[in-house]
Design a protein around this ligand. Structure first.
Ligand code: SF4
Ligand code: MG
Length: 327
């Protein structure tokens, strides 16, 4: 079966004063209808830039998509006009962010913002749009929706705002929801509620989700397939059980090893599971090494690793990894 969304050899670059940054360097992954794909990696590895590229929201300049295809339902989104792309963003693919205040407009009421989104795209009257907004706020579990619909973003708590943003993103009934660190700013209790909400909505509405996170605990709970990114590339991809049981790439192994005390964190409340730093730093995208991008931090690095970049290749059923140890 054809995937719903197929990202193929995507390359997105930023032309900066200090040089060329290859933020996304040949990334491929796909999303089936109704599926959740978790995209993990430390910050700056290209997870968000890949997502923004899918929506064609890369600021140009300094950014540019210079290669690859983004095939959604058989159409390469990179071939669409800006107007056609706006339709896709309003109807088929929507995105939620870590900080709702960046996508909620402070000067409009919640109802106004959700209502406007559906009014524009579904041609509803103002009254119908307000009713739709109330319906969406109810769906995402906001209490007293008929009152809240007239409130402004600053009048809601952080968890409420996140729910309102999810309501806004889902109001157009998208086929794909891209969630970029949707719960990172929330405490663990609210995080659990929001993840529950996303799971329920997904099974009710059949929305496919790209979940971007640095938190492997979140991935374990939500995703079916996991894509691990490092320095602008996919270094490993596998079903979630495989990633946890038989991680192949030393970077993935490092991420898993740095995942202790998940329960302790939950018990102490507010102390969230974070990827502890794997020793060493992510190489600058402006000055990437020619071999394996992880070589400077890899406990298993060999001479070949510094010379040649390992290709992403099959290492098991539905399992891809890019490491010379497999040769
Ligand atoms: Fe480590 Fe070499 Fe594998 Fe890169 S290719 S992850 S440096 S062993
Ligand atoms: Mg990010």
């Amino acid at each position: 079966e054809q995937p719903l969304l197929d990202i193929r050899a995507l390359e997105t670059q930023f032309f900066t004063d200090d040089g060329l940054a290859r933020a996304v360097d040949g990334v491929s992954y796909s999303l089936a209808k109704g599926e959740t794909v978790g995209v993990v990696g430390e910050s700056g590895c290209g997870k968000s830039v890949t997502a923004l590229s899918v929506l064609r929201l890369i600021p140009n300049p300094p950014g540019r998509i210079v290669g690859g295809e983004i095939v959604f339902e058989g159409t390469n989104l990179l071939d669409l006009s800006p107007a056609e792309m706006r339709r896709i963003r309003g109807n088929d693919i929507s995105m939620i962010f870590q900080e709702p205040m960046t996508s909620l407009n402070p000067v409009f009421t919640i109802g106004n913002q959700i209502g406007e989104a559906v009014r524009l795209h579904q041609g509803l009257s103002t009254k119908e749009a307000t009713n739709k907004a109330i319906e969406m706020l109810t769906l995402v579990g906001i209490p007293e929706p008929a009152r809240r619909v007239h409130e402004y973003p600053h009048q809601l708590s952080g968890g409420m705002r996140q729910r309102a943003m999810i309501a806004m993103a889902l109001s157009c009934n998208p086929k794909v929801l891209i969630a970029d660190e949707p719960t990172t700013a929330l405490d663990v209790t609210i995080e659990a509620q929001i993840l529950d909400l996303m799971r329920n909505l997904q099974s009710e509405l059949g929305t496919a989700v790209i979940l971007i996170t640095h938190d492997l605990g979140v991935v374990a709970e939500m995703a079916r397939k996991v894509v691990v990114m490092y320095a602008g590339k996919v270094v490993e991809q596998a079903p979630v059980e495989t990633i946890f049981a038989e991680p192949n790439h030393p970077y993935t192994q490092g991420l898993l090893n740095s995942l202790p005390n998940a329960e302790l964190g939950a018990v102490s409340g507010g102390n969230k599971r974070r990827l502890q730093e794997i020793p060493g730093i992510v190489p600058s995208l402006l000055n990437l090494p020619q071999g394996c991008k992880f070589a400077s931090r890899c406990p298993k690095a060999m001479a070949v690793c510094e010379e040649k970049e390992p290709p992403l290749e099959q290492v098991g059923a539905d399992h891809l990894s890019a490491c010379w140890l497999n040769h």
